[in-house]
Structure formats: C-alpha cells, structure tokens
Design a protein around this ligand. Structure first.
Ligand code: AMP
Ligand code: MG
Length: 390
C-alpha cells in the first residue's frame, strides 16, 4: 500500500494538458488561457480624461477662457493657450497641449469664463496613453483562469478570439446492485445513488459539462463492457464502487482485462483506502471507493488535480493552510486522515459524522483537516494543516 504523497506523485506523473482550441472570447468563461496574449493596442488608446471638468496647461493661474469642448468619442484636438481651458468629460480625449484636468466641482463658470477654485496638481485626472497596458506588452499569461473580468479586459483591448485548453470528456460509471435512482421508492436493501450526482456536480464546478453517466449492476460482464465503451469515449473515466475485496467487486479485474494499466491500488489513508488509478493509452482511469465520503474525498485529493492539470491550470492543487485545532484529534490507524471540518477565523473544528458512508459532514464542511499517518495525536491548541474546499 502506498502513502498519500506517493499517490499524489504517481498521479502528477500522469498530468497532461488537453489540446488547444481557438474560441470567441464570449465562449471562454471558465476556460484556461493557452497562450500569452499580447496587447494589440495602448490602453487607454489616447490621453484620456478621468473626470468631467476642464483640461488646461498647469500653472498658478486661476482664471481661464473656455475655448472649446471635447465630448467623449470626439477626436477634436484643440490648441490650448496658457489662459485657455477646454470643457472635457470622463473618457474624452485630452488635447495634446493640455496636461491637467480640473474636476468640475472645483471650478466656477460664468459664460465662457472659468475660475478654478481648487487648483489640482499637475497631471491630475489625466490617464496617460497606455497607462493600463502598452501595445506589445503581455496582457494575460498562459494559464490564466478566464473569469468575466479577464474576458472583459481582453474585450477592452479589442481581442475577439483566444486559444484555450479544451475541456476533457469524462465518463462516470456507477456500480452497485443496491443502488436506486433518486426520485424512485427505496426497496428494502437499497440505497440511493448519490455518487453519480456528487461527481457530476463536482465536474460541473470545474466547467466540465460533457459527462457520460452509466449505471451498471455488479456483474463482471456489464462492468467489463461499459469500461470498454467509456475508455473510447472519454479522456478520464471515473468508476464508483466495486473496487474493494468483496465477492461482487469486479472493477479491478474488468480494468485489467480491458488493458488499463494499473499505476496504484490502495492508499494508506482514511477514508478512501481502496482507490485505484491507471491508464489506457491517453485515457486516465480512477476507480473510486463506493462509500460516498470516500468517493468525494478521493475526488478532491486526486481526481481534481489531474483534471485541473488537463484543463491547463498552472497550479492544480487545492490550497493548503494551517489553523489552530479546537479539540484533540487521535489517529490510531497509522493512516493519513482526511477529516471534514470547518475553519473560521483561523480555528479548525472537527465535525461529527466522519464515517466513509456519511456525507452529512461533507454537507457543511469547508475544509479537510489533514492528520499525517505518523501523528498519533494532534492536541487542542496545536496547528493542523487543512485543505481548503470553499
Ligand atoms: P462498494 O465500494 O461498491 O463496496 O460500496 C461501498 C459502500 O458504498 C456500500 O455501502 C454501497 O452501498 C455504497 N455505495 C456504492 N455506490 C454508491 C453510490 N453511487 N451512491 C451511494 N452509495 C454508494
Ligand atoms: Mg458495490
């Protein structure tokens, strides 16, 4: 059985990036930029006023004659003498001769005569050409997450298309004779299938929407056949359940018979010991334990980084931080523990309901508290490392 850090390293060895695709910017929300974007223009593209007011040549003079007006969008370039001011508006082009804008509120105007009541500093309220970014400079780097702000920034530079990493196609294969579809009546001995929805939504959070979901009974034939199909359809296959040592756990054999090479099976952790990872050609396969908390824990720790690497993130891991523990935590298992907790104002609280079958703590946690395998006790008041989930 390998350690958590070995498992993470094995998976990192299989990180790869998806191919690049060119998309119109309005279709790139949530994608990762696959090229450095060079600004094709200066921004602002001209010396621009940051205020409604008057442009003038800075001096100690307080009295001016208003000799012109430049509304936003006008390309008028009035000459400006030292005793003249140009009426100007936010976003207007400032005449070449002027160097300062006084805000309207700091002036008094009578007809074409203007008195400056509070003299601004030289250069005030002027956005110089290329103040935000200059032509030829890198606007955004490869690996940038494209949110609405980033896309708006690109739009402001007149960029219409960018290269991004494609989203991986993912298959979820849920095994279990006992599973009932949510919405149907539970019969004796059945439980609702929650893993398919949890995993599907975890993928959705990453912007991965092309997800094929198959539900199969615990027969070797059905599992073998479905794996065979999904390997061809997807970049990443997630299998839920059937990877333990029970008589109806056929996933490992079915993966082997489908020539999915095993990278590792079983990690010295709790929850999620029977995690399996392998690959067939370029398709990566995770067999996740069926217990809902194990499945989700393994998703965050192992599946998510691999998917983020595929998506082009420069740092695919969830953030790790430290907090002060509110109560003692014992570890008598010799395993790395991932415990659902909450962290608020630097204080970590362990939640009730840590069993691998229970999702109730996952429902309200914002962190996975990490207890290393060799630590038998972390005492109240000590620092504990945690993985930030939200
Ligand atoms: P397995 O890994 O197949 O041995 O399943 C371990 C436990 O997880 C069993 O109690 C299953 O009933 C439960 N389980 C397996 N798959 C799911 C699922 N999709 N949704 C909810 N519980 C599941
Ligand atoms: Mg099962």
């Amino acid at each position: 059985m390998i350690s958590v850090s070995e498992a993470i390293q094995h998976i990192e060895n299989h990180f790869s990036k998806m191919p690049l695709v060119i998309k119109p910017i309005e279709k790139t929300l949530g994608y990762i930029l696959g090229e450095d974007i060079i600004s094709p223009i200066n921004m602002p593209p001209f010396k621009q006023s940051a205020m409604d007011g008057y442009a003038f040549v800075h001096s100690n003079n307080n009295d001016y004659l208003v000799s012109g007006e430049v509304p936003a969008g006008s390309n008028e370039n009035f000459p400006v003498n030292y005793d003249e001011a140009i009426r100007i508006f936010t976003g207007s082009r400032i005449p070449d001769d002027a160097d300062t804008v006084v805000m309207q509120e700091h002036t008094e105007r009578k007809g074409d005569n203007l008195k400056i009541t509070t003299l601004p500093e030289k250069g005030a309220n002027v956005r110089p050409l290329g103040n935000q970014i200059k032509i030829g400079d890198v606007a955004l780097k490869t690996g940038t997450y494209l949110n609405e702000g980033a896309i708006g920034f690109l739009a402001g530079l007149g960029i219409t298309k960018v290269q991004v990493y494609k989203k991986p196609k993912v298959s979820i294969l849920v095994t279990g004779n006992e599973l009932q579809k949510v919405g149907k009546k539970l019969k004796e001995g059945q439980v609702y299938d929650s893993n398919s929805i949890t995993l599907k939504l975890a993928l959705k959070q990453l912007g991965i929407k092309k997800v094929r979901i198959s539900k199969v009974k615990d027969t070797f034939k059905a599992i073998f056949k479905t794996i065979k199909i999904e390997l061809k359809k997807s970049d990443v296959v997630l299998i839920s359940g059937g990877i333990s040592v029970g008589d109806y756990d056929f996933v490992k054999q079915a993966l082997h018979d489908n020539e999915v090479a095993e990278v590792f099976y079983k990690v010295n952790q709790k929850p999620g010991k029977p995690l399996w990872f392998g690959y067939n050609d370029t398709t990566k396969v995770f067999a996740l334990p069926g217990n809902p908390a194990s499945s989700l824990s393994c998703f965050y720790m192992y599946v998510l980084p691999l998917l983020k690497a595929h998506l082009g993130y420069s740092n695919p891991y969830l953030p790790k931080e430290k907090a002060i523990l509110n109560s003692d935590i014992k570890n008598k298992f010799g395993k790395t523990l991932f415990l659902k907790g909450t962290v608020e104002n630097g204080q970590a609280t362990l939640l009730d309901g840590q069993a691998s079958s229970m999702l109730k703590s996952f429902a309200v946690c914002n962190a996975l508290l990490v207890v290393p395998k060799d630590e038998t006790l972390i005492e109240k008041g000590q620092k504990i490392e945690y993985i930030k989930l939200i």
